[in-house]
Design a binder for this molecule. Sequence first.
Ligand SMILES: *Cc1c(COP(=O)(O)O)cnc(C)c1O
Length: 241
Amino acid sequence: MLLTFRSIDYCNSVKNIEQSLSDLHQRIVSAAGRYDRDPDHIKLIAVSKRQPEQAIRTARAAGQIDFGENYLQEAVAKIETLADPDLCWHFIGPLQSNKTRPVAEHFDWVHSVDRDRVARRLNEQRPPGQPPLNVCIQVNISSEASKSGINLSDLQSLADNVADLPHLRLRGLMALPAPSQDFDAQRAAFRQLRLALEALNRSGHELDTLSMGTSTDLDAAIAEGATLVRIGTALFGPRPD
Ligand SMILES: *Cc1c(COP(=O)(O)O)cnc(C)c1O
């Protein structure tokens, strides 16, 4: 009896992830159409933190390649168990400078660099023979709410320093603004990140990435130029505790 129920649950969750993935692609295409964006320039990162490996396998089977993780131990265990060279792994969680090595060794991207010391250690610890680690600098665009991210006033000098590190490739900026239900407020926050990226590019950088937008503010992020959107609950459902 129990077995039957389990397999029904399992089939449902496979269907749900496939369906949600297809709904999300539709949502991205439709937002891109509304805001005059090329949908091919908007990539979905499936945020699989606290989700079981089976959920990642299901999304993978439905064509999803990019996955985002926040918790290092959990992430490294999944990366090693799945051992799938085609997957692209993004570290998106807070990063302390004494925890950089597993990120340098196991990930393709890190979105949460907000200090020189973290950048320098990632650069030193990137294993020889691996391509440069793709980096986004996390910016704190709604100061009170979040402890992560550099302030806008300190961004230029961090970006200049990161760009000089040979084993890192500075790609752009990331933000996780304070949650808001108001579309215009969501847009205003993301606009600050876009303007910061444009200012860096005017100063000589060649950044191509705005990592912004989650399940609840995806459309506003696309309106303001997101190139990577990081979606968890709208794809996998609520996270298990
Ligand atoms: C958890 C998380 C997400 C995904 O949020 P959802 O609301 O589940 O879509 C995106 N970005 C970061 C940095 C996160 O920690």
